[in-house]
Design a protein. Structure first.
Length: 211
């Protein structure tokens, strides 16, 4: 009986993850207003009723997509700790964010579209979760500054810069590929991005390998 329940739970999680991934791709192209649960269901290969069974409404599905992005990004930020030091922690964070833009471009684009439109569906997230997370990790940055491990800088604006630098490879991929004369970005492009961003940012913050 227990194994049956576990299998049911695993199957449910797999189905929901598949629907969320498909929904992210549709929302990234159509936006919230332009997307329909019918199109999402068709592309996911499930009945429209299945979408509403798991998420009830289109807004519920859209909010779940945004919550997934935030959960992923919050998990990455949780790795920024005092003990790691700025060199290791920020290098790791930049690498993770660049890789996320490579692996999950649609999720990144959906978040960008939401914020650009005034963030009507994520005000609670921003006020209760994002603000608190930035404040917490800002204290970590301030402790590094106090220990002379990096130059003084406003922590919040540091995170704004980190987000902009890493997320642009998903949000502005169309522009970047044209400039690079490529059909799509490949793994080497993301590795180069990681190297350049890390080198410029860490050097600009006065962080050395000993920090």
């Amino acid at each position: 009986m227990k194994n049956h329940i576990n299998m049911h739970v695993a199957s449910r999680k797999k189905s929901m993850a598949h629907i969320l991934h498909t929904a992210a791709a549709v929302f990234a192209r159509r936006g919230f207003e332009g997307a329909t649960t019918g199109e999402i269901a068709e592309k996911a290969g499930v009945a429209k009723a299945t979408i509403h069974y798991y998420f009830e409404t289109k807004e519920g599905l859209y909010t779940s997509v945004l919550d997934q992005v935030l959960s992923d990004w919050a998990a990455a930020m949780s790795e920024i700790d005092v003990a790691s030091g700025p060199m290791q922690a920020l290098s790791r964070y930049i690498r993770w964010k660049i890789d996320y833009s490579r692996r999950e471009p649609d999720l990144t684009r959906v978040w960008a579209m939401e914020v650009i439109s005034g963030a009507p569906h994520v005000q609670t997230f921003l006020h209760e979760k994002v603000r608190r997370l930035v404040e917490q990790k800002g204290q970590v940055v301030k402790s590094w500054i106090a220990d002379d491990k990096m130059d003084p800088i406003d922590p919040a604006h540091l995170f704004f810069m980190l987000w902009a630098l890493t997320q642009t490879y998903a949000e502005c991929e169309a522009q970047i590929t044209v400039v690079l004369n490529k059909d799509a970005l490949d793994e080497d492009d993301f590795q180069t991005a990681n190297t350049v961003i890390s080198r410029v940012l860490l050097k600009g913050l006065g962080i050395t390998s000993a920090a």
